[in-house]
Write a protein that binds this ligand. Structure first.
Ligand SMILES: Cc1cc2nc3c(=O)[nH]c(=O)nc-3n(C[C@H](O)[C@H](O)[C@H](O)COP(=O)(O)OP(=O)(O)OC[C@H]3O[C@@H](n4cnc5c(N)ncnc54)[C@H](O)[C@@H]3O)c2cc1C
Length: 387
């Protein structure tokens, strides 16, 4: 298996539990390498599937990886969508049992007991004659096995090797995003925000700006001024590459000055030295590769990188892991059986991923177009499952 983060780690946990031998490779240099970029992920319809793929002891500690450990899932949870210009509540969407997790903590939990081989960058795949496949790495080493599963993220090398670089390249959606993590200097405001945004709050603006705010971490639970919040601020159009962090923050603050509360204070409360990341959001619509020999497959963002406004990416990663583990259990008996069930997995995962990726693009385009936002998949079906 080629990868480390959530998809690869969950797959490793479930393969270990069902007794299927694997090796897991990661291009990052080591486990302790600090990743300054963090965000949280909302898991909702795939939570019951996560329970199936995680060993029991990890499932019982999953709550410790929530961004807000005090937040308990219940069907009464909801996502509030406001007009950030007037403060009017546009819609209360069902939360579908949603819980928000720190990716960093979730990764740490899911890597327990897994021997990850670091500093292994996949560069080449070689098919053996009749059966089996060899993964070659940048350091000159290689590993052979029955199948290779590429869980190597949105810019997947495995996908490149299956489709060729040009066909595998992520496509620009035309949507740009600023994101920032920061603490409010006012403990009272931080406390108010934590109570006011139990899951997440979304502000849509007639200018086309989409704003999501959520609690990312509570390093010192008793000190609200240490709590870290995150915003994602996105719009339809390019971002100006000449702007530095200060320029991006100035842009956010000048636009947010016309917003209603609490959106105005959230944005104006971002400290002046905050790092503001700017991204152009990309996607890639999955399709079947040929020849499909059932010896190499994809899972997670490697297979279906999508836009995140309806929060479906990781939920589909979890579903992939469950489907793949079930297929591998079935195919354990003989090698040709294994290749057949992997090909069946490919077809299910691709048809599900194709619909969701295309929907994520439509969703993002509508959500950033004020008079059409209510027609978006997010506003119509919240974060609920499509399949
Ligand atoms: C801002 C934001 C918010 C999001 N919010 C949500 C949400 O609320 N709900 C939701 O469902 N989804 C959400 N998503 C999507 C979610 O984060 C992704 O779907 C998920 O994290 C993908 O995990 P992955 O393990 O498939 O890929 P990744 O996390 O990208 O992991 C890929 C791994 O492969 C390794 N790798 C890459 N190339 C190689 C190589 N050549 N050789 C070896 N290793 C390699 C990388 O180092 C990395 O560790 C969000 C995404 C973003 C950007």
């Amino acid at each position: 298996m080629d990868d480390m983060r959530i998809t690869g780690l969950l797959l490793a946990q479930t393969l270990k539990a069902i007794g299927i031998r694997f090796r897991i490779f990661e291009s990052e240099v080591s486990a302790v390498r600090y990743r300054p970029r963090e965000w949280a992920v909302a898991i909702h319809w795939a939570l019951p599937m996560l329970r199936e793929v995680l060993p029991q002891d990890l499932w019982h500690r999953l709550k410790d990886t929530q961004t807000d450990p005090l937040q308990l899932a219940s069907n009464s949870d909801y996502i509030s969508v406001y007009n950030s210009g007037t403060g009017k509540l546009l819609k209360k969407l069902p939360g579908v049992g949603m819980r928000r997790f720190s990716r960093r903590k979730l990764r740490a939990l899911c890597s327990e007991g897994i021997a990850i081989e670091y500093n292994k960058t996949l560069t080449e795949i070689v098919y053996q004659n009749e059966r089996g496949v060899t993964a070659k790495f940048g350091d000159g080493t290689e590993c052979s096995g029955d199948i290779l599963i590429g869980c190597d993220g949105a810019h997947s090398k495995v996908r490149n090797l299956l489709f060729g670089e040009a066909s595998a390249k992520p496509v620009s959606s035309g949507v740009s995003q600023f994101s920032a993590s920061f603490s409010f200097s006012s403990a009272a405001f931080a406390d108010y925000m934590r109570r006011g945004i139990p899951l997440s709050s979304v502000g849509l603006n007639p200018s086309g700006v989409y704003l999501l705010i959520y609690l990312l971490e509570t390093p010192e639970p008793a000190s609200p001024e240490t709590w870290i919040f995150q915003i994602n601020w996105s719009w339809l159009g390019p971002h100006d590459p000449s702007l530095d962090d200060a320029g991006r923050l100035a842009k956010i603050k000048s636009m947010a000055d016309t917003f209603s509360e609490p959106f105005r204070s959230i944005c104006l409360g971002i400290p002046g030295d905050t790092r503001i990341y700017a991204d152009s959001l990309h996607y890639w619509v999955p399709r079947l590769w040929t020849p499909n020999r059932g010896r190499v497959t994809l899972a997670g963002d490697a297979a279906h990188p999508m836009l995140q406004h309806r929060g479906q990416g990781i939920n589909n990663c979890i579903r992939d892991v469950l489907e793949l583990a079930n297929a591998m259990k079935l195919g354990q008996q003989d090698d040709h059986g294994l290749m057949d069930v992997i090909s069946s997995y490919d077809r299910e995962m691709i048809s599900r991923g194709e619909v969701e990726v295309q929907s994520s693009v439509k969703d993002a385009l509508l959500l950033h177009t004020w008079h059409k936002a209510m027609e978006s998949p997010f506003m119509k079906m919240s974060v609920g499952p499509r399949f």
